[in-house]
Design a protein around this ligand. Structure first.
Ligand code: PEP
Ligand code: MG
Length: 888
């Protein structure tokens, strides 16, 4: 029979330590902490296998689970000496979900389970604190009703407000035992009214209700959304953790807190956390009371009034600090920890690898390698390449004027400007319509995930650095300012008031997640700092990677940016982008609309010097590095004039009439331009175009070689080839231009002629095509489009549904369809190499900057990937990680 329940604590361990797949992250780490002797309240974990079985069996538990859970409860009773449901001295438990990785959006926690009308009296008697007992009971009813019974929590909050009003007090702490008792009676009435049944009094019913709710929450809509956004398989399932309660709300020697072993925002090596005296776990995260700092240093830095834990509870703090070091050494990573102090005794409730910003991830990885805790290669493997995006993007210009409205907590770095939006649905809609949005909420909850994802930045009035908004924003890489307490937000009215000013929905605001500043209007940004830890980690990555990384660039600015980011050449220079320049578009149009070769050549004459100077500039910047230049590719009609004035301008330049041009433009109309007269088909029909481009390239190359001494290595690339003959013809044109230029200039330059592989036919016939070309560059945008038969320009309408229904795991235009398109690439690489063992292989579609696709390029043995400038560092790191993985 399958074992579903695993016990931990009190010297017992049923195994599965560290097995996150089986026990979920929380359960695995609780078992592991218990097994290394840390103070963990006893408990048991129902494995993720049960979740899968539960859904396979249509929402039923097997009978064997009853016995196993009973044994689990008996274990906790044995260690604590308390009995579940015993009116004299009741055992109370917490019930928490725990998937392999932490997953907001699921049922999270029920505390104080096991309280009912009888046991509450027992708890009062044993603790000697009637107020505490009734407060715990009302918390339990409220939490259970919210997360298990799914009743609206507003009704409970309202009842609490009324109770305070009736008594004329403001704070929960002003309510006494009798008040809580009265409130419990009210809460029970609310449950009976809303749920049509009395609040469950049988503690076993309570327990099974909570267990069912955890498993049920795995399929809740918001959990599904979270999984989709984070590529978490639906088959993983969640575990359930049942654990003896410990109380942080048993007076002033009790406390509860959350901590990171290093700063999760900046990465500094300093304990970092918040705690609340006389409070229960969720109070810290929920942002209801403002927590106190853990260390004196942090308190001093913030200028906070309330004592730090280091000052208020020096002994327990000392013990906690020892546990932090022990855990960091044990897990060899920064830990995110939950703890409770019950009447002076420390209890560990959770540890896990802490979520961190990209900046912190970088610093922590580099520091830990320098400290000798991990190797350089492990440091390289630790940083998520996609997260580097956060570091590479602009931050606020320190010199720009700022109209600062207020300051909150710097919860997640990066700066963002956008229109103020006060609810998540609108945020999503506006973002879909292409607007930059700042989502502003009093506080966020898992229901806001979609709005947070759609927003450029997030601003909340309540909640600390560990609040939902802060944690989720950091995970998503969104800038976030949390706990800006001066804001008064009226979401319904769509207005926020601060410092006597009003910001209405639609007004532009700017937030700086690195400083916590909230500003009115838009603020200019500056480029990021690329030295320091970033450079160190990139250096380590470069040592291990095999794939070269080039860039897709055609402007001097892009080329310079890419070189700063470490590009080792150009993998794709799309020459048509140069044609759109205002100064030359008329000549381009004249060329396209020409009636014959003579007309075309006249126009090309005008373009030649322009192209030559473009290439010369690029060659200078790329000094001596290989530069793949693609000859003209897009359908000609993309350049056609639209306005009457544009036609007139071309008519004058070409010495013809608007009517003639209009007729010619109509002739150029195509039904399916993507499969029409484009790519090398242009060169085949109008060789003079490619001849001019090749000449411009060689003239520029010779010029730069003479001037700077660093001869560029042009790799001239023919697009959309499907047959060997096409490539042969085009190569002949290029070789002739080279011969002519070299003869005229009296100097030769090394160059290559190769092709893009963008058509399934080209992949299949790669063996033959390699006879004519020295390199292949996989144009996976077109290759995906032509292999899938899906238009890259029209796919958005249905691809989301395709991904949702699991037809493709990810958008195949973003992450390579390894199974289909990947097979063609592998086949083309193999056949190409057979003909020409030293053939150069690269990729220049968008996939060249996508980590998963880069991993595929590594295993297929390509020579390089090419990515847009800002993705060059991402590609370098991803290539290093792919190489490390391939070594294993
Ligand atoms: C490609 O098709 O992958 C490619 C790089 O070319 P373009 O995107 O310019 O069509
Ligand atoms: Mg293409």
């Amino acid at each position: 029979m399958t074992q579903y329940v695993y016990r931990f604590g009190g010297g017992v361990s049923d195994g599965g330590n560290g097995n996150k797949n089986l026990l979920g992250g929380k359960g695995a780490n609780l078992a592991e902490m218990a097994s290394i002797g840390l103070p963990v309240p006893p408990g048991f974990t129902i494995s993720t296998e049960m979740c899968t079985a539960y859904y396979d069996q249509g929402g039923q538990f097997p009978d064997s689970l009853r016995t196993e859970v009973a044994n689990g409860i008996a274990h906790i009773e044995g260690v604590t000496g308390k009995t579940f449901g015993n009116p004299a001295d009741p055992l109370l438990v917490s019930v928490r979900s725990g998937a392999r990785i932490s997953m907001p959006g699921m049922m999270d926690t029920v505390l104080n389970l096991g309280l009912n009308d009888q046991t509450v009296e027992g708890l009062a008697a044993v603790s000697g604190d009637e107020r505490f007992a009734w407060d715990s009971y009302r918390r339990f009813i409220q939490m259970y009703s919210d997360v298990v019974l799914e009743l609206d929590h507003g009704a409970f909050e309202e009842a609490l407000e009324i109770a305070k009003e009736d008594k004329g007090v403001h704070l929960d702490t002003d309510l006494d035992a009798a008040d809580w008792k009265a409130l419990v009676a009210r809460y029970k009435k609310i449950v009976e009214r809303e749920w049509n049944k009395p609040f469950p009094q049988d503690v076993h019913d309570q327990l099974w209700g909570a267990i069912g709710a955890v498993f049920g929450s795995w399929q809740a809509d918001r959990a599904k959304v979270y999984r989709r956004l984070n590529d978490i398989p639906h088959t993983w399932g969640t575990a359930v953790n049942v654990q003896a309660m410990v109380f942080g709300n048993m007076g002033d020697t009790s406390a509860t807190g959350v901590a990171f072993t290093r700063d999760p925002s900046k990465g500094d090596r300093a304990y970092y956390g918040e705690f609340l005296i006389n409070a229960q776990g969720e109070d810290v995260v929920a942002g209801i009371r403002t927590p106190q700092y853990l260390t004196k240093a942090a308190r001093d830095a913030a200028g906070a009034k309330a004592a730090s834990m280091e000052e208020a509870m020096p002994e327990v703090y000392g013990e906690l600090a020892r546990v932090f070091d022990l855990l960091e050494n044990h897990y060899r990573d920064m830990q995110d920890i939950e703890f409770t102090v019950q009447q002076g005794k420390l209890w560990m409730l959770q540890t896990r690898s802490g979520k961190r910003t990209a900046k912190a991830a970088l610093k922590i990885a580099v520091d830990m390698a320098n400290e000798g805790l991990i190797t350089e290669e492990e440091a390289v493997a630790r940083v998520d390449p996609a997260a580097l995006d956060q570091l590479l993007h602009p931050t606020l210009d320190p010199k720009a004027a700022r109209d600062v409205l207020t300051k909150g907590l710097p919860a997640s770095p990066g700066a963002a400007s956008g229109i103020a939006v006060f609810d998540s649905d609108t945020a999503e809609k506006k973002a879909e319509a292409g607007e930059a949005v700042i989502l502003i909420r009093v506080e966020t909850s898992p229901e806001d995930i979609h709005g947070m994802h759609a927003a450029k930045g997030i601003l909340t009035a309540r909640g600390g650095m560990t609040s939902h908004a802060a944690v989720v924003a950091r995970g998503m890489g969104r800038p976030c300012v949390s706990g800006a307490g001066a804001l008064s937000i009226d979401a319904k009215a769509g207005v926020m008031k601060v410092a006597g000013r009003e910001i209405r929905a639609g007004d532009i605001v700017t937030i700086d997640g690195a400083t916590g500043e909230v500003m009115a209007g838009k603020v200019d940004t500056v480029q990021p700092e690329l030295a320091g830890d970033f450079a160190t980690l990139m250096g380590w990555a470069d040592k291990v990677r095999r794939l070269k990384v080039r860039t897709n660039a055609e402007t001097p600015l892009d080329c310079r940016t890419a070189r700063e980011f470490g590009a080792e050449g150009i993998g794709l220079c799309r020459t048509e982008h140069m044609f759109f320049d205002a100064a030359r578009i008329t000549a381009v149009r004249q060329m396209i609309l020409a009636e014959d070769v003579g007309g075309r050549k006249a126009a090309l004459e005008k373009l030649l010097p322009e192209q030559r100077s473009d290439f010369a500039e690029i060659f200078e910047i790329m000094a001596g590095l290989p530069c793949t230049i693609r000859l003209l590719d897009p359908p000609l009609h993309e350049f056609l004039p639209h306005e009457e004035a544009e036609f007139a301008e071309v008519a004058t330049a070409a010495g013809t009439t608007v009517e003639v041009l209009r007729r010619r433009a109509a002739e150029l109309h195509e039904f399916n331009p993507m499969l029409g007269h484009r790519g090398c088909r242009l060169g085949v029909t109008y060789p003079e175009i490619y001849e001019m481009q090749a000449r411009a390239i060689f003239e520029a190359a010779v010029e730069v070689a003479e001037k700077s001494g660093a001869a560029p290595i042009p790799e001239i690339m023919i697009p959309l080839v499907g047959t060997k003959r096409e490539l042969e013809l085009m190569k002949a044109v290029v070789d002739q231009a080279a011969k002519d230029v070299f003869a005229e200039k009296g100097r030769e330059i090394e160059y290559l002629v190769g092709t893009m592989i963008e058509l399934p036919r080209a992949a299949l016939k790669a063996g033959e095509i390699a006879e004519a070309g020295a390199f292949f560059s996989f144009g996976t945008n077109d290759l995906t489009q032509t292999t899938l038969g899906v238009s890259r320009d029209d796919a958005a309408r249905f691809l989301t549904t395709y991904v949702e229904k699991g037809i493709y795991a990810k958008d195949p235009f973003v992450s390579l369809d390894v199974e289909g398109v990947g097979e063609l690439i592998a086949l083309a690489a193999e056949r190409g190499r057979k003909t020409r063992p030293d053939i150069k292989l690269g990729i220049c579609g968008e996939h060249g900057g996508d980590p998963a696709s880069i991993a595929f390029c590594e295993t297929t043995g390509l020579d390089y990937v090419s990515a847009s400038p800002y993705r060059v560092p991402i590609a370098r790191l991803a290539a290093a990680q792919a190489a490390l993985k391939a070594r294993k």
